[in-house]
Design a protein around this ligand. Structure first.
Ligand code: AMP
Length: 444
């Protein structure tokens, strides 16, 4: 047997154990420095796969959901190229454009850009609906390195000429399937058509429905395709249980469970905006620091609620599905489903707010008689029987759309999908999708 010197052995071990390191990926030095400050030692699989392709200048089609490190997978190489190639924006333009489905996700991506870019200080703007146009116009006037936008408001600015995309060389479409669900596809196509032909395009989506495939066929050139963990993956690390009880007992049960000191930070999901307000009020009355976040809140209220939660001033965030989409907050120990979602995929998205970046978490769901079918649908999608407590309530038909508890599907004023009964599409294993709006007034 050949004896290997210790140093060589350590080098080989490192190559086997940590197949890739950030320093192997070709990122500019200021970015590597900020990763060290962030405490990121190794790239996640999507980062290891996507970053070198983007640095090479390739188009990328990424199948990945939030929680995989997807944001850094596109933000890092985009910033790296801006730095290394010394790309500068035109007036009222941007070098890189990132399109996201919701205001919250857009703000979060911008935060990530500022964090990862702290040693290169890129000019970043966020252009979303629900706030005044003028500050956005002023911010965009000199041109920015990266613009993060929701499609509706971006189109408004393009129409008035206050944002131009003729000098944009990189476009990232994030959460493609969410944008599709929210009815943004025509807006996205309009934006894509306004971009220069010579550009780099990245498209990220958790699932690959046909309209997303078509978008990729129409606008990506020879893309590198990268897929990481399917939508149900993080579930493995989450301890799940369901408590059967009548609707009238949910409020007290929530307050009782919240008293558990193991709950450091939690998100409570409701199906409706009014429900979110009521649950938050109930928790505050019971002595918990809680705030609600949903589409009826002003941008300032939403931002304050998120900030307070991130900084630990409140420990419970009560949210509807759309408002919480893509929210990236570390250390959420528990997710509560005060009401089960009627769209089973939403359950996976909801509980994915915990168990981020390799950690564990717990998800506790309440199920009354009207939600028994939703529970069945969720168990079918996730291929799991969720551990149950309490007596299953008599099966009741879900309330009609628009009813008090029946504003189904996130309560964001969107057209509501049909009840979650088993239909032929489900039997064929294809996920049901919410019906789509034609043209969104503003992002969720
Ligand atoms: P994302 O999928 O972009 O929503 O990221 C999920 C979470 O993982 C965020 O909290 C990131 O800050 C964190 N994260 C991203 N990349 C890494 C990494 N390489 N190492 C550790 N944590 C990471």
């Amino acid at each position: 047997m050949i004896a290997l010197p210790g140093m060589m052995l350590r080098w080989m071990l490192k190559k086997v154990v940590f197949l890739t390191q950030f320093s192997d990926l070709g990122l500019a030095e200021p970015l590597l420095r900020s990763l060290v400050e962030e405490g990121y030692t190794d790239p996640t699989p999507i980062q290891a796969a996507v970053i070198p392709k983007v640095i090479e200048g390739r188009d990328v089609m990424g199948i990945a959901q939030t929680g995989t490190g997807k944001t850094a997978a596109f933000v890092l190489p985009v910033l790296s190229r801006i730095k290394e190639m010394e790309l500068t924006p035109k007036r009222a333009g941007c070098t890189a454009l990132i399109l996201a489905p919701t205001r919250e996700l857009a703000a979060q991506i911008a935060d990530s850009i500022r964090i990862y870019g702290r040693f290169m200080k890129p000019a970043v703007a966020v252009v979303v609906g629900g706030v005044k146009h003028n500050p956005q116009i002023r911010q965009m006037a000199p041109g920015v390195d990266v613009l993060v936008a929701t499609p509706g408001r971006l189109l408004d600015h393009m129409a008035t000429g206050t944002i131009r995309l003729d000098g944009t060389s990189v476009i990232v479409l994030d959460e493609g399937d969410q944008m599709l669900d929210l009815g943004f596809m025509p807006a996205i196509r309009q934006v894509m058509n306004a971009l220069p032909k010579k550009r780099q395009t990245m498209l990220f989506s958790a699932t690959m429905p046909e309209p997303i495939r078509k978008l990729a066929r129409d606008f990506l050139v020879d893309p590198a395709e990268v897929a990481v963990a399917a939508v149900s993956k993080p579930i493995d690390r989450i301890e799940q249980r369901v408590i059967h009880l009548p609707h009238s007992e949910k409020k007290d049960m929530l307050a009782k469970l919240m008293a558990d000191p193991a709950i450091e930070r939690s998100i409570v999901f409701t199906r409706t905006k009014r429900g979110a307000d009521r649950v938050a009020e109930g928790l505050v009355k019971a002595g918990f620091g809680a705030a609600a976040i949903h589409g009826n809140k002003s941008q300032n209220q939403r931002e304050r609620a998120l900030r307070d939660f991130k900084q630990g001033r409140t420990t419970v965030l009560v949210a509807t599905d759309i408002a919480a989409r893509g929210i990236d907050i570390d250390d959420v120990s528990h997710v509560f489903n005060f009401e089960l979602p009627n769209i089973p995929e939403s359950y996976v998205h909801r509980i994915g707010r915990t168990a981020r970046a390799g950690r564990g978490g717990a998800a506790i769901s309440f199920c009354d008689g009207t939600e028994r079918q939703y529970l069945k649908d969720i168990e079918k999608l996730t291929n799991l029987i969720i551990e149950a407590e309490g007596t299953p309530q008599p099966f009741e038909k879900p309330p009609a759309p628009g009813g008090n508890r029946g504003n189904r599907g996130g309560g964001q004023g969107r057209p509501q999908p049909k009840p979650a009964t088993r239909n032929r599409k489900e039997e064929s294993g294809k996920p049901r999708r919410p019906r789509r709006r034609k043209r969104p007034a503003a992002s969720a």
